[in-house]
Write a protein that binds this ligand. Structure first.
Ligand code: ADP
Ligand code: MG
Length: 254
């Protein structure tokens, strides 16, 4: 199982939309996907219409030693399972102060589910805390959705600094790739930002930026509609193709 973290220390850049669309495109290729909602806000979980009362089983339970198998939710897509966000995830920071080893809980849980899925996609929270650190410790690859707006670059730079810090405590390299999002080719600042993204050393930039597309605004439709269309989804399909073709270090690690 390959583990991809979809993360940026800024909100509203397309992390959840990218996690969802990449998972749907992977499922169309018959890959078995585990989508993990690591954001306590639970946007991904809501998109799939998971009832919140009583709170669902899901991501938090992994931090109590439960197996992925016992807490994953099936979805209307045969190839996609979901680990739902749970309100108790907000208490993890406090627990981590007294419970050493909590930073590797996700990695351990995913190791136990290795044969069940081809890919795990981690929809990360925008805050640097235990959940994001777990994602960076567990993943083979970090995909940073980055809004093509100069004001969004500080989120990317913060994320790359955090990735470099976590990589030093890992035994394997962390592949980093930028996925430009909310791209409008008619806007000069979008084009200039896209150019600028290509200047970060050691970081691949996806050649298929994801355009602004109102059809990507409805997360519930992206999660549940049988067939997806439009130029946004089509760009995600191209982006996935590029992602699947890159990252030799990840293949060596597997
Ligand atoms: P994050 O998870 O990083 O906070 P989201 O994926 O929730 O970001 O996206 C933030 C908002 O932007 C959402 O309302 C989403 O529907 C919208 N959005 C994301 N990508 C696009 C896009 N390519 N075109 C139009 N709207 C988008
Ligand atoms: Mg989100």
């Amino acid at each position: 199982m390959r583990i991809w973290a979809i993360a940026n220390q800024k909100g509203g850049v397309g992390k959840t939309t990218s996690s969802l669309c990449l998972a749907r495109c992977m499922a169309d290729l018959d890959h078995r996907v585990l989508l993990i909602d690591l954001d306590p806000h639970g946007s991904l979980t809501r998109a799939f219409g998971v009832p919140t009362e009583p709170p669902p089983k899901g991501t938090y339970d992994l931090f109590n030693g439960d197996s992925v198998e016992s807490v994953a939710t099936t979805t209307s897509h045969a190839c996609i399972d979901l680990l739902a966000a749970q309100p108790a995830m907000a208490t993890l920071e406090r627990r981590s102060a007294t419970q050493p080893g909590l930073g590797l809980a996700l990695l351990r849980a995913l190791q136990g589910a290795a044969g069940r899925y081809d890919y795990a996609l981690l929809d990360c929270p925008p805050t640097l805390g235990l959940l994001l650190v777990n994602a960076l410790a567990a993943c083979d690859r970090l995909i940073v959705p980055t809004q093509t707006d100069p004001l969004a670059l500080h989120g990317l730079e913060g994320m790359l600094r955090t990735a470099a810090m976590v990589e030093r405590s890992r035994s394997r390299p962390l592949v980093r790739q930028i996925l430009p999002t909310l791209f409008d080719r008619r806007t000069r600042s979008c084009l200039e930002t896209l150019e600028h993204l290509r200047t970060y050393p050691g970081v691949g930039v996806c050649p298929s930026p994801i355009p602004m597309d109102t059809r990507l605004r409805d997360a519930a439709a992206l999660a549940t509609h049988r067939h997806l269309g439009g130029r946004g989804v089509s760009a995600y399909r191209d982006a996935l193709q590029w992602l699947l073709e890159t990252a030799p270090a990840e293949q060596e690690a597997a």
